[in-house]
Write a protein that binds this ligand. Structure first.
Ligand code: C2E
Ligand code: CA
Ligand code: CA
Ligand code: CA
Length: 277
């Protein structure tokens, strides 16, 4: 290739154009993902300090017909930007509630809680509460066994409106967890005002817990903060027994990560619950 300014510009221009076109294609394909049945949910176990499987987080997967699996980090962000998160989020809620309803009392998952990720844009939709109610009612799932995971990006708006919305669902027994805690614009004042039940320590802090004293200090501080605010604390991304031991010593009593299990298909989660983690 020539290296005069014009051809460099043209190369850049074409590269940009093809990326924009590719993104538009992926966006169009994503809009079809729900009607074409290309989405699935996997369920990653959440384990308490006694090693009992107490719940699972629903994690969405998209198998593109030609490209194969697309990373959730990519397609969730794309869905948020393009607005298809409403349909996707509704599908996730309905599917997760239907699965939860199948975890009947008296069976190995009979008391397990289903955690569902809710993106900021989805939460702020005027009919979000109605969406959750529909998913619960049409599946006959127990609201007290549903936990919604919000991220700090939700809170970048009118706090009163957020508190009201959460309150409407809390009145039915639905619980709330603050996901990826410590990575966003954390503010102690909103932590005090939001009717949360749980904090999730972001996996980036857990990853280097043993090697990085700063991460260890953050983890200990979040656990202490949770305890003083009366919130349960879950550590995510727990990969080693050493990490679990440090977390337990610091007072964290709930874990999620590859040490225990990867995100599993529904039937594999059931099998794991039946034989014990
Ligand atoms: P997240 O909510 O923080 O979910 C945890 C992520 O960590 C998941 O990635 C999970 O597979 C991964 N993970 C679990 N254990 C370990 C571990 O021990 N080590 C490491 N390195 N990773 C672990 P995944 O499934 O790729 O999802 C990425 C993100 O996509 C999620 O992060 C969440 O923000 C978003 N997401 C996934 N499903 C949904 C959904 O249904 N709705 C919404 N709104 N977002 C979703
Ligand atoms: Ca999550
Ligand atoms: Ca997380
Ligand atoms: Ca995350």
């Amino acid at each position: 290739a020539k290296h005069d300014g014009r051809s460099t510009f043209r190369l850049f221009d074409e590269g940009l154009r093809s990326r924009v076109a590719e993104r538009a294609q992926l966006e169009a394909a994503l809009r079809q993902a729900v009607p074409r049945n290309e989405l699935t949910l996997l369920y990653q176990p959440q384990i308490d300090a006694d090693g009992a499987l107490v719940g699972a987080e629903a994690l969405c997967r998209w198998i593109h017909p030609e490209r194969g699996p697309v990373s959730p980090a990519v397609f969730i962000a794309l869905a948020e930007d393009s607005g298809s998160i409403y349909a996707l989020g509704e599908w996730v809620l309905r599917t997760a509630c239907r699965e939860l309803a199948s975890w009947r009392p008296g069976t190995p998952l009979g008391q397990a809680v289903m955690a569902v990720n809710v993106s900021a844009r989805q939460f702020h939709h005027p009919d979000f509460v109605g969406q959750v109610l529909d998913a619960l009612h049409s599946s006959d799932a127990d609201p007290a066994r549903l936990k919604l995971e919000l991220t700090e990006s939700v809170v970048a708006r009118d706090l009163d409106a957020i508190v009201n919305k959460m309150g409407a669902l809390k009145a039915l027994g639905v619980r709330f967890s603050l996901d990826d805690f410590g990575t966003g614009y954390s503010s102690l004042s909103y932590l005090k005002r939001l009717p949360l039940d749980q904090l999730k320590i972001d996996q980036s802090f857990v990853r280097d817990l043993l090697a990085d004293p700063n991460d260890a200090a953050i983890v200990r501080t979040v656990i202490a903060l949770g305890a003083s605010l009366g919130l349960a604390v879950v550590a995510e991304g727990v990969e080693t027994a050493e990490q679990r031991a440090v977390l337990l010593a610091a007072g964290c009593r709930m874990y999620q990560g590859y040490l225990f299990a990867k995100p599993l298909a529904a039937e594999d989660l059931l099998a794991l619950a039946a034989r014990g983690v």
